[in-house]
Write a protein that binds this ligand. Structure first.
Ligand SMILES: Nc1ncnc2c1ncn2[C@@H]1O[C@H](COP(=O)(O)OP(=O)(O)OP(=O)(O)O)[C@@H](O)[C@H]1O
Ligand SMILES: Nc1ccn([C@H]2C[C@H](O)[C@@H](COP(=O)(O)O)O2)c(=O)n1
Length: 225
């Protein structure tokens, strides 16, 4: 028998295709979509905008509860606001990208954002695709389906360089690996594959092939296979 709601957790390192895949899968299956990286970027943007010292975890912890972060979960038009300001573009700057690993390593930040993520998932009537780094391991350990996307550093750097005009592929590769290392080595809820996650190496797959693979896995789960 088909199940009414489904919770899908998609984790993996930067540039493996989590956002593109999750949005498309959610849209195709009529599910909500949550980009948890955008939430960590949003709180980082708030810290930077308010002059908080990013190198001081206790300063970050002291104000972690202040910003109000709201995520819109329509996969065809996801949104993110901080205290009512649309920060969708501001959170993608190089400055925020270079600081987000430090801010997201602070346990008080993770506790705050994790609570928000769980409440959004609980309120998603038809089900939801949630993508990030610790969704299958920590945020939603009882998710119906857990996927861990991987890709070679070369494939990821080539994809990212294609997005950023004139970006140097080698420098992009180094930056990706540096962020992965920071995200994987933090004490609280690091980037990791859950034991029961299905690993999909996307290096030699087109985006469409990855989407089809994940849609099939969700449909099989829903059918109780
Ligand atoms: N299988 C694929 N083949 C080729 N390009 C891809 C594939 N999957 C994603 N891409 C492209 O790679 C880039 C990065 O993808 P995406 O933003 O979805 O990755 P991500 O894992 O969410 O990254 P991050 O964690 O840094 O946000 C995008 O330009 C996307 O279109
Ligand atoms: N569940 C998550 C999601 C994201 N982060 C942190 C670590 C990432 O480097 C950063 C930005 O994520 P992206 O937009 O690249 O997906 O946010 C995390 O710690 N946990």
């Amino acid at each position: 028998m088909e199940r009414a709601t489904v919770i899908v957790a998609i984790d993996g390192p930067s540039g493996t295709g989590k956002s593109s895949t999750s949005k498309a899968v959610a849209a195709q299956l009529g599910l909500s979509y949550l980009d948890t990286g955008a939430q960590y970027r949003a709180i980082t943007w708030w810290m930077v905008t308010n002059g908080i010292d990013i190198d001081d975890p206790s300063a970050i912890a002291a104000v972690a509860g202040k910003p109000e972060i709201i995520s819109g979960t329509d996969p065809s038009a996801p949104t993110i606001t901080v205290d009512g300001t649309d920060v969708a573009a501001a959170i993608r700057t190089q400055d925020v990208t270079s600081k987000v690993s430090a801010v997201s390593a602070v346990p008080e930040v993770r506790a705050r954002i994790t609570e928000l993520q769980r409440s959004i998932a609980a309120d998603a009537g038809n089900g939801i695709v949630v993508e990030g780094r610790d969704i299958g391991t920590t945020v939603l350990p009882d998710a119906d389906l857990k996927i861990f996307l991987t890709a070679s550093p070369e494939a990821r750097a080539a994809r990212r360089s294609g997005e950023l005009k004139n970006a140097d592929v080698q420098a992009t590769r180094e930056a990706l690996l540096k962020r992965d290392a920071a995200d994987s080595s933090r004490k609280t809820s690091p980037l990791a594959k859950a034991d029961d996650a299905v690993e999909v190496d996307t290096s030699d797959l087109t985006l469409q092939q990855v989407i089809e693979c994940v849609v099939t896995l969700v449909e099989e789960k829903r059918a109780g296979k």
